[in-house]
Design a protein around this ligand. Structure first.
Ligand SMILES: C[S@@+](CC[C@H](N)C(=O)[O-])C[C@H]1O[C@@H](n2cnc3c(N)ncnc32)[C@H](O)[C@@H]1O
Length: 371
């Protein structure tokens, strides 16, 4: 897979890149207001451009940074592979000449160890997108998770699910080979990447479907991330697959201390995933040119809204309710779908609101209740 990865964008790469493309502009516009120097790190950067000309993550990051935080950011791109480093240095040469980009030939681990020591109050975005799991040990993100909470730190990490199953080697373990040196090394690697051996109960179980296993392990990984000194942080994941029924290739997981990041990621992940699944489903059919949003069923969302308002111990604002809903239903609905559902419920008198701002309009501050 690695040798052909950059020849053209794979469907799963499109989902990953779309998440990044949608998230970066909104994220950078927000952190620009903090007024701190911004460090954008892509520690498994790749060559920046696919052979078919499409943009890889370094270009996506640079374009968003130029548009939203021009002159206020420093991007660092790391590649352990010489040819990828060379191509990236060529593609980004104008950024490098202007000292906006530093391209490094080395490993993610080496770079992140050094960067940690020079970070002060910087706003940091860390993107980790390895091919498999190698080089993405928990120990390299842990110090970033532990940064002072007054500094902005966001992490996006893509973990390869087939590699996870391969390293768990369930069949070899079932056959009594768990003490064989290679299986032990695999298990050790998995434990290092996931930050504990909690994965064993799930990935080595006989009775759980592979897809469910991946889902459970990623939920545990998010719990692990959130347990690091920071109970009030946010994390969520998006599965990345080629088609509705094909197996999951990656999970993209984010970490942030800011609820806005969760809301932005919710929109980016919901859109990228459902749009791609819709496209793969309609490809070659009469519906090919239709829009994924046209077939979204928002009745479930309306029910969720009504239940959330009914269960709330006080009248909550539209924004507060949305945060609650996203935390329980991450990636299921977008913010514009939520606003649409509220409009409909209010119009049909199933929902009423206190007009806190006195504008007569629906906004994030209105306090919702059941009439
Ligand atoms: C999946 S690709 C990254 C793709 C890139 N994010 C994009 O969207 O275009 C992973 C890249 O990381 C490089 N790599 C592998 N191990 C590494 C390590 N330990 N440190 C830094 N780079 C590494 C690989 O050579 C490859 O270029």
């Amino acid at each position: 897979m690695e040798s052909t990865f950059f020849s053209g964008k794979r469907p799963w790469s499109k989902i990953k890149d779309q998440i990044l493309s949608q998230y970066m502009p909104a994220y950078l516009s927000k952190v620009a207001k903090l007024g701190k120097p911004i460090i954008l790190i892509d520690a498994f950067a790749g060559p920046a451009k696919f052979d078919d000309g499409s943009a890889g993550s370094p270009l996506i990051i640079c374009h968003a940074a130029e548009k939203h935080v021009k002159g206020r950011y420093q991007a660092i791109f790391v590649n352990s592979q010489q040819d990828h480093h060379d191509k990236l240095s060529y593609v980004l040469s104008s950024f490098i000449e202007q000292n906006k980009v530093v391209a490094l030939h080395g490993t993610a681990d080496e770079l992140l160890t050094k960067v940690r020591d020079v970070l002060d109050d910087h706003t940091v975005f860390l993107y980790l997108d390895p091919f498999g799991l190698k080089g993405c040990e928990f120990s390299i993100i842990e110090p970033f998770l532990q940064r002072n909470r007054t500094y902005s730190t966001e992490i996006v990490v893509n973990l390869n699910i087939p590699t996870m199953h391969r390293l768990a080697s369930r069949h070899a373990v079932s056959a009594g080979r768990s003490e064989v040196a290679q299986i032990r090394a695999f298990h050790n690697q998995l434990t290092m990447v996931l930050g504990g051996n909690y994965w064993k109960d799930v990935l080595l179980a006989d009775s759980i479907e592979p897809e469910k296993k991946a889902d459970l392990v990623m939920a545990m990984y998010r719990d692990k991330i959130l347990s690091i000194r920071e109970p009030r942080a946010y994390s969520g994941s998006c599965p990345v697959r080629e088609k509705v029924h094909s197996s999951i290739k990656y999970y993209v997981t984010f970490f942030s201390r800011h609820q806005d990041a969760m809301l932005l990621m919710n929109d980016a992940m919901c859109t990228a995933y459902h749009q791609r699944m819709y496209e793969s489903w309609t490809e070659g059919t009469l519906f090919e040119d239709s829009n994924w949003q046209d077939i979204r069923d928002l009745q479930k969302l309306e029910e969720i809204v009504i239940n959330s308002v009914s269960e709330a111990s006080r009248k909550k604002s539209r924004l507060e309710l949305w945060v609650d809903i996203v935390q329980k239903n991450f990636m299921q609905f977008t913010s514009s779908e939520y606003r649409k559902a509220i409009r409909k419920l209010v119009k049909e008198n199933n929902l009423a609101f206190d007009d806190v701002r006195g504008t007569g309009k629906l906004n994030n501050d209105i306090r919702l209740y059941i009439p």
